[in-house]
Design a protein around this ligand. Structure first.
Ligand SMILES: Cc1ncc(C[n+]2csc(CCOP(=O)(O)OP(=O)(O)O)c2C)c(N)n1
Ligand SMILES: CC(=O)[C@@H](O)[C@H](O)COP(=O)(O)O
Ligand SMILES: [Mg+2]
Length: 628
């Protein structure tokens, strides 16, 4: 029987011998490689977390002691050790294990949000609560070197450093990478702590000399190895953590389970905030991941990935860069995933990776614009949430010409509720002067990106979905700023927004088959509302909008408001993502669940038209969230 099969929870770990623990680590790595290669997910980060997670669960008593993981993408080992090994095959599958912590899955899980740099704030709050309630519990927060480049982490550290009696252990999992190598002064400092030349030289000297002394030498070196941390503390440059007033333990070899347990036990005994600096390698123990230059298999990439929206953007941005020397690109630690790496290869001096620091990225972009540049900020749509105030009052208030390119907009699916790009078109509606574009295909993405960077007195946003780019849908006509995509009558004016234009075409065909005349338009620029839409609406019985964004404050709501503002009474049905947190599943499955497929929308529209005409329909549509 495999050791892993004997581990039904953390308590079982404490009974294992050193050899069994070594065997267990190897078994876990085999399971990770075999499963994640099939299901997709974060293989690299989790291969780097095997010994650390074992040590965490052997030194602390989860769930009495709370274990918090920053971003949460590195919790597969935690899941395997907390009773979920039998279900691990269902990772990231619909109805299966989430790729992130899930309170519904286990009492050992607490933070579900996959947005980085939040763990220390949760830990600060939790530890204060236990102190007030006089509960003798530890809080352990694991944060990566990438997570530490986020501003929230430093806000939290500033507070934690002042609370000398918080039972809080912070493990910095320092593998030197976010996706790509971690950037900035912090990364440099962590490297200094990790590889202090004086320390390494002295240690090598001791190792060499002692190694030559028979019998006594080797054991003596082991003794020194045990005091290695002390040596390191003494020789390493005073860390900023200690300058902050935080107790610092390390650097510790994060793949040496015993060393990690010793360090965590020391930290636990301290009884106040302690930072344990663990040095690991992303992808450790699996050569293909260790040698993967791009991102050490941070996120499994399909072998033959089809041409996607990101590729179209990446190539066009390089073309723009050649003709517009004022254009610069900014990424928040996601150079490759956003496609900005191609611009960086050609224009390295005009590319800025600011770390996982979206707020800084946006306000720095405002500064760059004030200085005469035209920044293009590449983010995942969901991560713009974090920089709303900066967009509103640093960029838009000053009428800065900054272009935001939001990838992974709409339902992304696999990465769970906090990764869907379902809030961006709602929050940008609130920004005065901002212009929002939603391309339906690659031709429109290229057009709209070029139109956006020509706007120099307001923020512009271009947003598109995850994955494969949709086939071009050429317009049959143009009316003002509207592309007319289908024309079979004036019962329904169907506004297909961005990637949902293809769905709108499907709906139009289904309605036409039922004798309902439809005109499908794509506004391309969805904010401000195109005056032509307002002019056309009275000619129709019903206006229908379809968007891959939350319905609350979405484009549909804004179009309905614009019609009301012009005293137009044509009713509007807005279809979008219901304002819910959506469980992980593949995108098509989620769209089906929320009623955002052509068939479901067509059925709702037929019902609506029947109500308007006062006629009966054969089979009333079953109620569904997306069309409500
Ligand atoms: C606010 C935010 N921006 C970007 C991301 C995308 N992202 C996911 S994991 C990751 C890198 C995390 O690096 P690190 O914290 O060092 O953890 P590691 O993967 O190295 O273990 C990034 C940038 C995110 N989850 N949250
Ligand atoms: C954890 C994280 O934020 C990303 O790694 C996330 O998994 C996005 O994955 P994609 O790049 O595949 O959309
Ligand atoms: Mg890292």
């Amino acid at each position: 029987m495999r050791v892993l099969e004997t581990v039904r929870g953390p308590a079982d770990l404490k009974k294992l011998s050193p050899q069994e623990l070594t065997d267990l680590a190897a078994e876990i790595r085999d399971v990770l490689v075999e499963t994640v290669s099939r299901t997709g997910g974060h293989l690299g980060p989790n291969l780097g977390m095997v010994e650390i997670t074992l040590a965490m669960h052997r030194v602390f008593d989860s769930p009495r002691d709370r274990l918090i993981y920053d971003t949460g993408h590195q919790t597969y080992v935690h899941k395997l050790l907390t009773g979920r090994a039998p279900k691990f095959d269902s990772l990231r599958q619909e109805g299966g294990l989430s790729g992130y912590p899930s309170q519904a899955e286990s009492e050992h899980d607490i933070v579900e949000n996959s947005h980085a740099s939040t763990s220390l704030s949760y830990a600060d709050g939790l530890a204060k609560a236990y102190r007030i309630r006089k509960e003798d519990r530890h809080v352990v927060a694991l944060i990566g070197d990438g997570g530490l480049t986020g501003g929230m982490a430093w806000e939290a550290l500033n507070n934690i450093a002042a609370e000398k009696d918080l039972k809080l252990v912070i493990i910095v999992n320092d593998n030197g990478r976010s996706y790509s190598p971690t950037v900035g002064g912090l990364a440099t400092h962590l490297t200094a702590l990790r590889t202090n030349p004086r320390y390494e030289k002295i240690l090598d000297l001791i190792k060499k000399n002692l190694g030559r002394t028979p019998y006594v030498g080797a054991p003596m070196y082991e003794v020194l190895h045990g005091v290695k941390k002390g040596l390191k503390d003494m020789l390493a440059p005073q860390g900023m953590f200690e300058d902050l007033g935080l107790k610092y333990v390390g650097p510790v070899d994060g793949h040496d389970r015993q060393a990690m347990e010793d360090a965590l036990s020391k930290a636990k005994a301290f009884g106040g905030p302690v930072i344990v600096h663990a040095v690991t390698q992303k992808g450790f123990g699996y050569a293909a991941a260790e040698q993967d230059e791009e991102d050490n298999f941070h996120q499994m990439r399909p072998a033959n990935k089809p041409r996607g929206w990101t590729d179209v953007f990446a190539e066009e941005l390089v073309r723009i860069g050649h003709r517009r020397p004022d254009v610069v690109a900014i990424t928040a630690a996601m150079m490759n995933p956003t496609g900005i790496n191609q611009f960086a290869q050609v224009f390295p001096d005009r590319t800025f990776d600011v770390g996982i620091a979206e707020q800084h990225a946006v306000t720095s972009a405002a500064g760059l614009a004030m200085g005469g540049m035209h920044p293009v900020v590449g983010l995942y749509a969901t991560f713009l949430n974090r920089a709303f105030d900066q967009l509103l009052l640093d960029v838009a208030l000053h009428k800065c010409g900054v272009t935001f390119v939001l990838d992974r907009a709409g339902v992304t699916g696999d990465d769970g509720p906090s990764h869907n790009g379902m809030w961006d078109m709602s929050i940008v509606q609130l920004v005065p002067g901002l212009r929002l574009a939603a391309p339906r295909d690659s031709t429109r993405l290229i057009e709209l990106l070029n139109e956006a960077i020509d706007v120099s007195d307001a923020p512009t946003v271009v947003r598109y979905a995850k994955g494969e780019v949709f086939p071009d849908i050429d317009p049959i006509d143009k009316v003002g700023g509207l592309d007319v995509l289908h024309r079979s009558g004036t019962d329904v004016l169907l506004v297909g927004i961005g990637s949902m234009a293809a769905t709108a075409m499907d709906v139009a065909d289904r309605l036409q088959a039922q004798g309902i005349g439809v005109t499908v338009v794509d506004p391309r620029w969805v904010k401000p509302v195109d005056p032509k839409l307002i002019e056309l609406a009275p000619q129709f019985k019903l206006v229908v909008t379809i968007e891959d964004n939350g319905r609350a404050g979405g484009c549909g709501v804004m179009i309905a408001q614009a019609l009301r503002d012009h005293n137009i009474t044509t009713p509007v049905r807005d279809f979008g993502i219901p304002q819910q947190f959506l469980d992980h599943a593949k995108r098509p499955a989620v769209l089906q669940q929320i009623g955002l497929t052509g068939q479901q929308i067509a059925r709702d529209v037929i019902e609506a038209i029947a109500q308007i005409q006062g006629t009966e329909i054969d089979e009333p549509a079953a109620g569904r969230p997306g069309g409500a």
